[in-house]
Design a protein around this ligand. Structure first.
Ligand SMILES: Cc1cc2nc3c(=O)[nH]c(=O)nc-3n(C[C@H](O)[C@H](O)[C@H](O)COP(=O)(O)OP(=O)(O)OC[C@H]3O[C@@H](n4cnc5c(N)ncnc54)[C@H](O)[C@@H]3O)c2cc1C
Length: 382
């Protein structure tokens, strides 16, 4: 029996109302899954990580993992709203009591959407310490100028967690110092220096460029201490990686189910194609790798819920699960043959969607660098 069986069954029932044709229509129109996100919000699933004291369901990480895995296992896609679950973690862990009381209840109910996370910039890429967006203090406010890229869901978010430089890189001892985190009220900033420009990508992902031109931010929206933002952002990344890994496990299960079923049904040369080991073995191998990755996800969750901050396991879970879902997608493409390319089977959609997770929220190379340096003690490569 899997953990949180009751939640899994309830999420699966909700997802049954959002079958393949729903996602295909959105894909064609590049539209946001408003109804799907509303249904998840109304059931309280997106507030799983917000403590009950602040209006959330306080279910915890293992429940959040079950929710996101089941969404993907049903062929749906949580990328439109998964960040509503975890972006608030920075506020929850490092915000003042007044900030938490002000913002978290609205985020928990869904009245306020905090699902935009502005870290990556076009010129800095993976090198977060090299970001250029700058927030300068003027009395009781900061003035922000710069640009973010790949700020997903910015058009569907009221608030954004923004990482900006507050001390020039040349004036800090460590390049990760002098960065600060702000809660940006995008409703107030739009048209007053904040501009959002969607990027068309190979899947329907609502990701954007965001431009800041002298945007005023009240100083009370600074989270934690000025200059310490880099570590605040890092502290939330393990939860995010574990949750994305769970989505990949869900994708892999969906793809493997579909491929195995099709291999048993499709007859060519008078026999099911699954009788050919060239078809059956890649699906079986993908299953074995998915199960191994799933164990790493469980281990990361176990350590996290025991109060740890399991960087190695969270990173390995994300890497292994993203590779497993991609292997499952490959096997499904080959099994469906020509029909894999027809939109109505949803295989090509999942193939496109699940490929992202080897690149974002962090690419495989950076995970390997982390393991090489922090777990195996090898020299830092960058
Ligand atoms: C659809 C989508 C949604 C995203 N959503 C968000 C979001 O909401 N918020 C946000 O802030 N960001 C977001 N991102 C950004 C994402 O986190 C980055 O794309 C990712 O971290 C890689 O950065 P980059 O694209 O600049 O690649 P680059 O840094 O340019 O790297 C390119 C390649 O070089 C490799 N590389 C770079 N440096 C090294 C090194 N030292 N050693 C080995 N290999 C290296 C990388 O691993 C990568 O494979 C999103 C990206 C995408 C595509």
């Amino acid at each position: 029996m899997e953990m949180h069986q009751d939640i899994r069954e309830a999420v699966a029932r909700l997802c049954a109302d959002f079958p393949g044709p729903y996602w295909r229509r959105l894909d064609a129109e590049r539209a946001y899954p408003t109804e799907f996100v509303r249904a998840l919000t109304e059931q309280g699933y997106l507030s799983a990580l917000i403590p009950e004291d602040y209006g959330g369901t306080g279910l915890g990480l293992s429940a959040a993992v079950a929710i996101l895995e089941e969404i993907h296992r049903a062929g749906c896609n949580a990328s439109a709203c998964h960040a509503q679950m975890y972006t608030m973690g920075t506020l929850l862990r490092h915000g003042s009591e007044a900030q938490k009381r002000r913002w978290l209840p609205g985020i928990a109910s869904g009245a306020l959407r905090l699902q935009a996370f502005g870290v990556t910039e076009p010129t800095s890429g993976t090198n977060t310490a090299a970001i250029r967006t700058f927030a300068r203090r003027e009395g009781d406010r900061y003035i922000v100028s710069g640009q973010k890229i790949w700020t997903s869901r910015a058009e569907h978010s009221d608030l954004m967690i923004l990482l900006a430089r507050t001390t020039p890189a040349a004036e800090v001892a460590k390049k990760t110092d002098g960065l600060s985190v702000f809660l940006i009220d995008m409703r107030a900033a739009k048209g007053k220096g904040l501009r959002i420009s969607p990027i068309r990508t190979m899947m329907n992902h609502s990701t954007c460029e965001v431009f800041f031109d002298e945007v005023e931010v009240p100083a009370e929206n600074l989270i934690g201490e000025e200059g310490k933002g880099f570590r605040y952002i890092l502290s939330g990344m393990n939860a995010e990686r574990i949750l994305i890994a769970a989505e990949c496990i869900g994708d892999a299960k969906w793809l493997i189910d579909r491929a195995a079923r099709y291999a048993g049904e499709r007859e060519v040369f008078g026999r099911p194609i699954g009788m050919n080991q060239g078809i059956a073995f890649p699906i079986a191998a993908a299953y074995a790798r998915m199960r191994a990755a799933e164990l790493m996800v469980h281990e990361a969750v176990r350590r996290y819920e025991a109060g740890g901050n399991p960087g190695a396991e969270a990173n390995m879970a994300k890497m292994l699960a993203a590779e497993a879902s991609w292997e499952a997608a490959e096997a499904a493409m080959q099994t469906f043959g020509g029909f894999a390319f027809a939109e109505e089977y949803d295989i090509e959609r999942k193939f496109r969607e699940t490929r992202l997770y080897q690149v974002a929220p962090i690419s495989t190379n950076l995970i390997l660098s982390y393991l090489a340096e922090h777990v195996l003690g090898m020299p830092r490569s960058y």
